[in-house]
Write a protein that binds this ligand. Sequence first.
Ligand code: NAD
Ligand code: DAO
Ligand code: ZN
Ligand code: ZN
Length: 368
Amino acid sequence: MKTRAAVAWQAGQPLTIEEVDLMAPQAGEVLVEIKATGICHTDYYTLSGADPEGLFPAILGHEGAGVVVDTGPDVKSLQQGDHVIPLYTPECRECKFCLSRKTNLCQAIRSTQGRGMMPDTTSRFSLNGKLILHYMGTSTFSNYVVVPEIALAKIRKDAPFDKVCYIGCGVTTGIGAVVFTAKVEAGANIAVFGLGGIGLNVIQGARMVGADKIIGVDINPAREKMAREFGMTHFLNPNETENIVDAIVQLTGGGADYSFECIGNPQVMRQALECTHKGWGRSIIIGVAAAGAEISTRPFQLVTGRKWEGSAFGGARGRTDVPRIVDWYMEGKIKIDPLITHTLKLEDINEGFQLMKAGQSIRSVVIY
Ligand code: NAD
Ligand code: DAO
Ligand code: ZN
Ligand code: ZN
C-alpha cells in the first residue's frame, strides 16, 4: 500500500512529504493507522545530525496514537479496530530484561530497532525501490506504519488521539520517572531541572503522588506560569540565583529528597545530584546529553548517601503501564491539553521543529 509520510533524507535537512510504499505486516507485526503524533526533542536531536546512532533516510516520530488496520500471522493480543500507542520501549514479557522485573528496557528487538529495521532485518518502507528506514520502531511521522505487536500498547477507545499521543513519550517519561523509577512518596521534597515537555510532566507526577515542595529550575522565565499550574511550588532561575544548589538546600531544610534532570546538561546533572539530601537523596537523570559527554562529582557525594540514577521512558513497562496512564488522563488525574501548545498538518511538520528550536512550544502535535 501507499502512505503519506514525512521523510528525513539526511541530517540537517527539512523533512519532505512523500507517498511512500509500505509492505504488509509480517508474522508478529501489526499495521496501524497513525491518527496523531507529537514532535519530541529526540526527533529533533536525530534530525539535527547530533545523534551518533541517527540513520538516514528514515521516517522519524515516536509519539503517536492510532488504530489497528490489519494484523500479520501469529498476532494474538490485538485485532482490527483496537486503539494503540506505539512503544519505542517494547514489552515482550519473555526476555531476560522483562522477566527480571528490575527494568523496562526490553531487549527482544533492540538490535534491529536500533538499525532502523523490523525484527526480520528488513524495512517495510521504500520509495521508488529505495529502502527507507524505520525510527525507534515507531516512525509515527507516517500516516500508516507496521509495528511489532510487542511494541503496541492497547488503549481505551474513548481517549482522544490528538492528546494521548503525547503519552507515547513525554508524559510517560516525566510522570513515570516519579511514579515508576523514583517511586516518590507523599510529603517528599523534589527539585526539577528543566521545565519543558518532560519537566512539566515530572512536576504533575510529583503533585499526583502528593509531594510537598516541588521546586522548578529553568533559565526561561516564561516556563514559570505553566509550571505553577502543574504543581510547582517554588521557581528558581539560575540566571538570577547565585548558587542553585545552596538555594535548594535552604528551601528544603537540607536538600531535596529527589531531583530530576530534564535537560541533558552534564553541569546541571551535577547540581541536580548535589542539591539532594545527605544520606538518602536520589537524583534521576532523564535528559539525554550530547554524544560523548561525561558527568562528574566528588565521590564523597555518593559516599555520603546520595544516589545517581537514570530513567528511560519513565521506567514504564509500555503495554502494562501506558494504558493506565491513559486512564489517569481520562479520569482527570493528569493534564495533557494545556501542554499541547500547537497542532499542525503533516505538510507543516517542519514548522513544529522550528517552534521547538525557538522554545516557543511545549508540544506540537501533527493531526493526520
Ligand atoms: P525541552 O527543550 O522542552 O525542555 C528543556 C528545558 O530546559 C527548557 O525549558 C529550557 O529552557 C531548560 N534549560 C535549558 N538549559 C537549562 C539550564 N542550563 N538550566 C536550567 N534550565 C535549562 O526538552 P524536553 O522535551 O523536556 O526534553 C528534555 C530532555 O529529556 C532532552 O534531553 C530529551 O532528549 C530527554 N528525553 C529523555 C527521555 C528518556 O526516556 N530518558 C525521553 C524523552 C526525552
Ligand atoms: O538500550 O535498551 C536500550 C534502549 C534504550 C532506549 C532508551 C530511550 C530513552 C532515551 C531516549 C529518548 C527517547 C525519546
Ligand atoms: Zn520523545
Ligand atoms: Zn522483553
